[in-house]
Design a protein. Structure first.
Length: 663
């Protein structure tokens, strides 16, 4: 914190170009209203009367609710001149932790700038509250906070418990809106303790002690040892529940009413009051992939491994132009529209205002940035510097691209290329999960709740993996994607086998696959399928199946065959050839590494490479249809049973399964 450091105060005339001295500080006063775009630009003067242009980046401001206003007194750490593209110079603040807004009566502020505050205009607490409420309604949240503060200051000389409780409650509400949860917890603790002190039956209760309440609000526990739910007024206990959910409540069981949660969620209601369940998983070091997530107990296929409420999930859509946001490149001074920019901005805001949340965030993988920059790790929660470049590195390596509900991705009208309803969001515990092309879990989302289920049985102590992206057919292409986005090369069993295949075989595979794809696409534009056309595709697929290296893939997925077999399965279904549809559905499962055995009335998955997905559920649905048509209801029911379990895995909750099975 600025105040804790011994810094030398300098003036505008002392600053150097592009060279920062970490031991310096400058005090300036803004002398114009701010101009707000992606950043805030404002003209400031120092105590000597020299003026400069100040650009403050990475702040949570809006045009109607600016963070800096005319007349504000600002302390800026390690200031320097930066060149502008037009040839001029400005002082640019990148890290929010380098900027502190001072109160006019702060010790650091010189006599000349110590202005008499609005307080002296003669308003009382009721009037300040009224003005604060008006500002709140106009969404000028920061101004509302100031008004409530003035009201509280008035009350320090004109005490009234009822008015103080009310103003702390109001401040708490505004701080929640501004994501300042630590401050909200402090306000609420003061409100509750004043409430207890003014209530004769509570004066001996621990509720009179604000620090006990504050530590409970930060405790993440589901218990209520202070009996707040029974002893405190409704408005105060609702705020307590709000803060606890926003700071994160952890439960130790996997009990959730997911259909109910799912029913709440929609594009405008993403944030769900759900507790987090992570107690049966733990973060540990892996042999080769940094840290990873490990099972603390056994999980069966379909079981919940962990459930986590989002750290940050802004409401915008990735492909929605009206949600565009610019991300500045400080290296070359350019700005470009970036879908992750709003997530970045909210992360900065949350970390700037909530010291209690910094440690868990900054401990995440930053791709070596901390070590390279020598910024290291903080000792306590207090010490983590809000370094925006580090936040951005952590964001790119750990964020998720998410639908409103994973179920929505199965809608017949969903188009991955045109559907804009995907967002970037951030989940901390889930960020420790490493990638495998042969994963043992699938992640899904219902609003801001991340749900991880097992795709196959997991033993205690086993590492939990999921697919960051579904693997490309060609090993070179998929390794390239892992390298570019996350900086690693996958060494799973599939990549090992694919990587060992000779260049020529790989080339032939891709050629054949492309040829098949072109033939299938051509057929798509030619009206109803004929049996001759389907047979032609089946012959071409047969050539790909006969790949000389196929034995190596005994229980592994054969990704190049997935799309052709999916086409054939649906084509045989289209021409009502039940036997061929059954054969092709089983082949489709096999090509995902999901081997099945059928003996009499027995249908079993005999080997599971972990690649449970929507096409696999569809294959089971077709099998159920086929066995029903052939008068084999036991086999059909078994297929439906597995389909239901896998549907749960790929959507998170059982909602929508009956409709899907009917499609
Ligand atoms: C979301 S983090 C996963 C947790 C990370 N291992 C850690 O120590 O914090 C993503 C990073 O983990 C590593 N990683 C994930 N999957 C991997 C894999 N299959 N092989 C090697 N490294 C992997 C990469 O460094 C990647 O950038």
């Amino acid at each position: 914190m600025l105040y804790d450091l011994i810094l030398i105060q300098v003036h505008l005339g002392d600053l150097r170009i592009d060279s920062r001295d970490p031991s310096t500080l400058i005090l300036v006063k803004s002398i114009t209203p701010p101009y707000i775009y992606s950043s805030t630009i404002i003209i400031v003067e120092d105590e000597a009367g020299d003026v400069a242009r100040l650009t403050v980046c990475n702040l949570e401001h809006t045009m109607i609710d600016p963070l800096i206003s005319e007349g504000d007194i600002l302390a800026i750490k390690q200031p320097c001149w930066s060149r502008l593209l037009d040839g001029g110079y400005h002082i640019r603040v990148d890290h929010p932790s380098d900027l502190v807004q001072l109160q006019p009566n702060d010790d650091l502020v010189n006599e000349g700038w110590r202005i008499s505050e609005d307080m002296e205009l003669g308003k009382d607490a009721t009037e300040w509250k009224k003005e604060g409420d008006m500002m709140f309604l106009k969404k000028r949240f920061r101004k509302a906070l100031k008004c409530y503060d003035h009201g509280l200051r008035y009350l320090s000389t004109h005490p009234s418990s009822a008015s103080s409780i009310d103003l702390y409650r109001k401040k708490c509400g505004v701080n929640i809106v501004l994501l300042r949860l630590d401050a909200a917890a402090e306000d609420l603790s003061l409100a509750i303790s004043l409430y207890a002190l003014s209530n004769p039956s509570l004066t001996t209760s621990p509720l009179v002690n604000p620090s006990i309440i504050e530590s409970w609000l930060h405790s993440h526990s589901t218990s209520d040892p202070l009996n707040i739910s029974a002893l405190v007024s409704h408005p105060l206990r609702s705020l307590a529940a709000r803060i606890k959910f926003d700071l994160g409540i952890f439960q130790t069981t996997a009990t959730y009413n997911l259909p109910l949660i799912s029913s709440y969620v929609g594009p405008l209601t993403l944030h769900v009051d759900a507790a987090t369940y992570i107690s049966d998983t733990e973060v540990r070091k892996t042999a080769l992939h940094g840290r990873g997530l490990f099972a603390k107990r056994a999980f069966q296929t379909g079981e919940l491994i962990c459930v986590e409420k989002g750290f940050v999930l802004p409401g915008y859509f990735i492909n929605d132009r009206s949600s565009d946001c610019l991300l500045y490149n400080l290296g070359n001074g350019t700005a470009a529209p970036r879908p992750g920019a709003l997530l970045f901005k909210e992360l900065v805001q949350k970390l700037k205002w909530n010291r209690s949340l910094r440690r868990e965030f900054f401990e995440l993988d930053d791709g070596g940035y901390g070590d390279e920059q020598g910024v290291g790790n903080g000792e306590g929660d207090e010490d983590w510097m809000v370094d925006v470049f580090r936040i951005e590195r952590i964001r790119t390596l750990n964020c998720f691209s998410v639908p409103t509900r994973s179920l929505d991705l199965l809608s017949p009208t969903y188009n991955p290329h045109s559907n804009p309803e995907m967002r970037n969001g951030f989940w901390i515990h889930a960020s420790y999960i490493n990638h495998s092309c042969l994963p043992n879990s699938v992640r899904t989302f219902i609003g801001d709740v991340h749900i991880l289920r097992a795709t196959k049985p997991i033993a205690p102590g086993e590492e939990i993996t999921h697919q960051y992206i579904s693997p490309d057919i060609d090993i070179m292409e998929r390794q390239e994607k892992f390298k570019v986005t996350w900086g690693f090369e996958c060494d799973c069993r599939l990549c090992e086998i694919d990587g060992g295949i000779g260049e020529e075989v790989r080339r032939q595979r891709v050629l054949l696959f492309e040829e098949l794809k072109a033939a299938v696409m051509k057929l798509g534009g030619q009206g109803p399928l004929t049996i001759t056309a389907v047979k032609k595709i089946a012959r071409m697929t047969g050539r790909l199946e006969a790949d000389g290296e196929k034995d190596l893939y005994a229980t592994l997925p054969r990704l190049a065959l997935v799309h052709p077999t999916l086409f054939l399965t649906e084509a045989w279904r289209g021409v009502k050839n039940v036997d061929k549809m059954i054969e092709s559905s089983r082949k489709l499962l096999r090509n995902f590494g999901l081997l099945t055995v059928v003996e009499g009335d027995r249908f079993e998955v005999s080997s599971n490479a972990g690649l449970v997905n929507v096409e696999a559920v569809r294959a089971l649905k077709y099998l159920a249809e086929g066995y029903t048509a052939k008068g084999q209801p036991t086999l059909a029911e078994k297929c439906r049973e597995i389909a239901r379990l896998w549907f749960l895995v790929i959507t998170g909750a059982e909602v929508g399964m009956e409709e899907f099975m009917k499609q």
